[in-house]
Structure formats: C-alpha cells, structure tokens
Design a protein around this ligand. Structure first.
Ligand SMILES: [Zn+2]
Ligand SMILES: [Zn+2]
Length: 242
C-alpha cells in the first residue's frame, strides 16, 4: 500500500497544513479544516476517495468535511462515500454540514443519499474497500479517539492518532510494517498530552524486534528533523510504500 501525507500539523502549529493522509488514493484519513487545499496541492482525485476515516471529533481532524462534501455535491458526484468514525458519526456529519451551510442547504439531501456512516468499535475489524481490513484501536486522548491497524496484502500499517504515551500501545508496534504516529509532544511539555520522541526512545525503540521499522512522525507543532535513524518526521507530499 502507498500512503501519501497531505498535511502534518497538529491543532496548534506554525502554519503547517493540518494532519491528514491518504492510502492508495482511496482511503482518506482525517478531514482537517484545510483538507481542500491539501487535496488540490497534492493532486488527489476526489472521485477516487471511497472511504473517509475520522479518528475523533477535534476540529483539526474533521472540520474540513463539509467543504469536501459540498464540492462533491456541486460537482454532481454520485459515488457513495463511506465515513468511518467514532460513536455518533452519522448525526455528527449531518450536524456539521447543517452548521456549516445551513440546515436547508440542498447539500443536506445529497449527504443523506450519498454518504454512509459507520461507527467504529474498539478491536472490531471492518472491511474497507476491496482490499483492506481496518481494526480501530482506542487511543489515550481527552476525547474518544481511535487509531487503527490497516492490513492489506500481508502488510500492516499502524496509525497512532492523537494520544499520550501508554505502555499498552507497545503491543501493536512490534510486527507492524510501518507506524505513523502523533509525535506532537516535546521534552519541555509540562502536561503530556501527546507522544514525544523521548517517549519512543525510552519506551518503544529498545523493545521493537523489527530492526527495519521506522516511526513516521506527524501531528507536529512545526516542521522538524530527527537525529534518530528510527524516527522520521513527515512533510506534506511525503510518501511511504508499505
Ligand atoms: Zn489533533
Ligand atoms: Zn485531538
């Protein structure tokens, strides 16, 4: 599978495109406020996006959804869009679109007809498209948040969405082929809301048996580079082949 970064910024950042990525042009993960900018900048064909995954309802992960659906509506798309998200996803999609453009907007009917929402449940594997199996994993965050394991063709991508470090995350990492991970934490943080490079160095790297595995950092405050060979901070447009 090919993963392409559309943005790497966390909720508070220095002007980075907000965190989002797409798998094989069909599975879009997160729809941050600037998702349209990122999709166009990276040359993504919207018609190919059949599934959207939303990890949680914080604005930097989902407030761009009404703009994407509005554009698809105005372009006359009739393809079904499947949206996977936490408990209440169906009402949330309707509500945010109504809030964004008014409950009487013609787009609301289009959303009801063309968007199919499915609630994700911790540990419950779901099929995504023809080739993927996605298993939601509960993160450690202020709001109900789910990362995932994504399996396809014998390979596995682990996505650690917004989370602070917890030792129970380690069990997902060992035989993953790639880990895309919230590395928004900094050494200087007084309250640990997000995982930091230091957390990985201390709690994860010594225990990973797969020596080839790289941790790809996203959800950043600013663009950065790691001196650790096992940690690579992503930039918009970067691709990972798994
Ligand atoms: Zn976030
Ligand atoms: Zn969050």
């Amino acid at each position: 599978m090919k993963l392409k970064m559309l943005g790497t910024g966390g909720a508070i950042n220095d002007g980075l495109p907000y965190n989002s990525f797409i798998v094989d042009s069909t599975l879009l993960v997160e729809t941050p406020p600037d998702i349209m900018n990122s999709l166009y900048r990276e040359g993504i064909e919207r018609r190919d996006i059949s599934t959207i995954y939303i990890s949680h309802f914080h604005a930097d992960h989902c407030f761009g959804l009404p703009f994407l659906l509005l554009k698809n509506f105005f372009d006359g798309f009739t393809e079904t869009i499947n949206i996977k998200g936490p408990r209440g996803i169906n009402k949330w999609v309707q509500d945010i679109c109504a809030l964004a453009f008014g409950p009487e907007n013609r787009m609301q009917g289009w959303v009801s007809k063309n968007v199919i929402c499915e609630e994700i449940i911790e540990g419950m594997a779901i099929r995504v498209g023809k080739v993927y199996t996605l298993t939601p994993l509960r993160m450690f965050h202020s709001q109900e948040t789910y990362g995932f394991n994504l399996n396809a063709g014998g390979k596995r991508l682990l996505y650690i969405a917004d989370s602070y470090w917890d030792m129970s995350l380690l069990k997902y990492m060992d035989d993953a082929d790639a880990v895309l991970i919230d590395l928004n934490g900094e050494k200087s943080d007084t309250v640990k809301v997000h995982i930091s490079e230091d957390d990985l160095v201390k709690h994860a790297l010594p225990y990973i048996k797969n020596r080839e595995m790289i941790f790809y950092g996203t959800h950043l405050k600013a663009s950065k580079v790691s001196s650790n060979k096992k940690i690579r901070y992503m930039k918009p447009g970067d691709e990972i082949m798994i």
